[in-house]
Design a protein around this ligand. Structure first.
Ligand code: ING
Length: 310
């Protein structure tokens, strides 16, 4: 048994006017609650420090730079790192990263129990668009403000297991989990900020969005025999609603813990990393079963290539 008591720490809405300090105080309250349930590891959402700012269009992209972190930890986040270290708790959270070279990424980190950043991931699959789109009911300008991640899908030896990260839209792409699965990943942690309304398909209901979310994380977990921890930022941000759906999925693809509602909340589950062994050694023993000679299209092509017309 290699049990990691894992806390999924959902954040409710963060308004455009909310300070990082106020958000960090909320995150610390959730961390204290997780500690009261003996959590070893706490996972927070994507862009956990700010509102989901890619909904706002800035003609001059530099005007959005104030949403980004130039250092990590920085002044506003140091109290969170200090609290985690004092509680001997590892953590993961997402934020907008502005590098010294001036590059912009949607990033998440793994922080060990001593408060050291041991892993960094940069979101690969950026949804949305670059220019203001008047056809949409709301903007989703991740392609405007972020570069695609340049680190791939690494995994790290961490807390006695093998851990990986992805972010939000990444969870919809099977390649995300499989690249980590091929590195033996035992727990994938991800945050998400998912609008409740499809900006291009107004009639799509929230139930369908939650169905697609669960389908994505459950299949990723099952097909790679890994735990998946998916944590929402949820609620109404300046009139724009983000859905909930925070959940912990076991290596069999079953949701074993979830959070109802859209407020700040934490759920802790004892995740036994050894529960990944059966799947990895039988049905998803990649070495025994995969036939890579037939998979060439997956990396040779970007888009679809249709068969010749009849
Ligand atoms: N948000 C959404 C997500 O992938 C989205 C964007 C929603 C794309 C629904 C497709 C369908 O959950 C982020 N931040 O990626």
């Amino acid at each position: 048994m290699r049990v990691i008591r894992t806390a999924a720490a959902q954040l409710g809405a963060i308004q455009r006017a909310d300070s990082r300090q106020a958000v960090v105080a909320r995150m610390i309250r959730l961390m204290d609650e997780a500690a009261s349930q003996d959590a070893d590891f706490i996972v927070y959402p994507e862009l956990a420090l700010t509102t989901f700012f890619p909904r706002w269009h800035h003609e001059n992209r530099a005007e959005a730079d104030h949403w980004f972190e130039r250092e990590m930890p920085g002044e506003a986040t140091r109290p969170l790192f200090e609290r985690a270290k004092a509680l001997n708790m590892a953590m993961s959270f997402g934020f907008a990263e502005l590098t010294p070279e001036g590059r912009h990424f949607n990033t998440s980190i793994l922080v060990d129990r001593a408060g050291a950043i041991v892993g960094t991931y940069r979101k690969v699959h950026l949804p949305g668009h670059v220019e203001f789109d008047p056809e949409r009911t709301h903007q989703h300008l991740e392609k405007r403000y972020f570069e695609p991640g340049d680190l791939g899908f690494p995994v790290w030896r961490f807390l006695g297991g093998i851990f990986g990260m992805c972010i939000c839209n990444d969870r919809r792409w099977p390649e995300t989990y499989r690249v980590m699965g091929l590195q033996g990943v035992e727990m994938v942690v991800l945050g998400f900020n998912t609008p409740s309304v499809n900006s291009q398909k107004g009639e799509e209901k929230l139930g369908k969005r939650l169905f697609h979310h669960r389908l994505s994380v459950q299949s990723g977990a099952y097909q790679n025999a890994t735990w998946v921890v998916a944590v929402a930022k949820a609620g109404d941000e300046d009139g724009h609603h983000l859905m909930g759906g925070t959940c912990i999925v076991d290596p069999d693809g079953e949701i074993v813990a979830e959070i109802e509602g859209e407020a700040d909340a934490v759920v802790v589950h004892p995740c036994d990393l050894d529960a990944t062994r059966f799947g990895k050694e039988t049905i998803f023993d990649f070495k025994r079963h995969r036939r890579v000679e037939h998979y060439g299209r997956i990396t040779a092509q970007v888009g679809t290539e249709l068969p010749l017309a009849e």
